[in-house]
Design a protein around this ligand. Structure first.
Ligand code: SF4
Ligand code: MG
Length: 311
């Protein structure tokens, strides 16, 4: 992603007519082969919009999505359909994105038909993909409502990988599941990554989940990336004050861990009317005058990217 921006015309009654919401404001990110980048942040920070821009389910207002050397935001609908074979999406609620009147076989056949995969290959792909996601062929005749939440998400993942994509964007893929089922699905995703050589853009508000699965993490606040770092470094020593607050809020399992929880001041401001300078300044305990007047650009510091005047 290069400098992705998305502005929406605000429609809800909360906003003035013709007011724009800058949902994503200049986000850049490089996803490598077989890498998982976690994108974290509070709801409304633009992480889902960023993920949808990768597949052009939402058209970015400006910026580039470079895939295999090409800016795919410039492609025609037909050319883009070809790319969709390589970039797929998994949603939080697989039921909402599945036709409940279709059997699992029909649901998984849809992408095969849409992408004109020869009929002779369907059976093999269906059974192999079911096996890959830990379901059996006997599940193919079921309907989504006859399966558990975890099984349905396995179907959601099966649908995303049946065309053997390169990139999968996962938007809160385990947030609706029980904790025990969550870890099964996360382990499945890790196995699939290894086996199929996938790259993941993993969007979640849950830092514990991201810590489990990501290699690198991008932290978003009000439409902007404020810190991108290696997962271990970020969790061990967050640089950005917002990242520090997020990480301090993770429930501790280690009784010797005495780091204090940082409570953020105030509410998340409206994205339609963001604060000046550093958008985080009204809630930041370190804010100085410069933070109110000047926006900190994202820059490289010790192998990370960070947007803060004081770091
Ligand atoms: Fe806090 Fe200033 Fe850094 Fe923003 S730029 S995070 S307000 S210290
Ligand atoms: Mg979201």
């Amino acid at each position: 992603l290069k400098n992705i921006e998305k502005k929406f015309k605000a429609k809800s009654a909360w906003f003035q007519p013709n007011q724009y919401v800058h949902a994503v404001n200049g986000v850049s990110l490089e996803l490598k082969e077989r890498e998982t980048i976690g994108i974290v942040g509070e709801s409304g920070c633009g992480k889902s919009t960023t993920g949808r821009c990768v597949l052009r389910l939402i058209e970015p207002t400006s910026g580039e999505v470079i895939f295999q050397g090409k800016d795919i935001t410039k492609l025609s609908k037909r050319e883009m359909n070809n790319i969709r074979k390589d970039i797929q999406m998994v949603f939080q609620d697989p039921m909402a994105s599945m036709n409940s009147k279709l059997t699992i076989r029909e649901i998984l056949s849809e992408p095969l038909i849409a992408h004109k995969i020869p009929r002779s290959e369907h059976e093999h792909l269906l059974s192999e993909t079911m096996k890959l996601v830990g379901l059996s062929e006997s599940h193919l005749t079921r309907f989504p409502h006859q399966m558990s939440g975890g099984q349905r998400q396995r179907v959601g993942i099966a649908r995303a990988i049946i065309l053997r994509p390169k990139i999968v964007v996962l938007d809160e893929p385990v947030s609706a599941l029980d904790v025990s089922v969550q870890s099964q699905i996360l382990n499945l995703l890790q196995d699939l990554q290894e086996e199929l050589g996938l790259s993941y853009l993993f969007i979640s508000h849950d830092l514990g989940v991201v810590e489990h699965i990501a290699h690198r993490v991008g932290v978003m606040y009000l439409g902007e990336m404020v810190e991108v770092a290696d997962k271990d470094e970020l969790f061990e020593k967050p640089f950005h004050p917002y990242t520090k607050a997020l990480i301090s809020a993770i429930p501790k399992t280690d009784p010797d861990d005495v780091k204090e929880r940082i409570i953020l001041k105030g509410e998340l401001p409206s994205p339609a009317n963001p604060p000046s300078g550093c958008k985080f300044h009204p809630r930041c305990t370190f804010a100085q005058d410069i933070c109110i007047s000047a926006k900190p650009e994202i820059r490289n510091v010790e192998g990370r990217q960070i947007a803060c005047h004081l770091v």
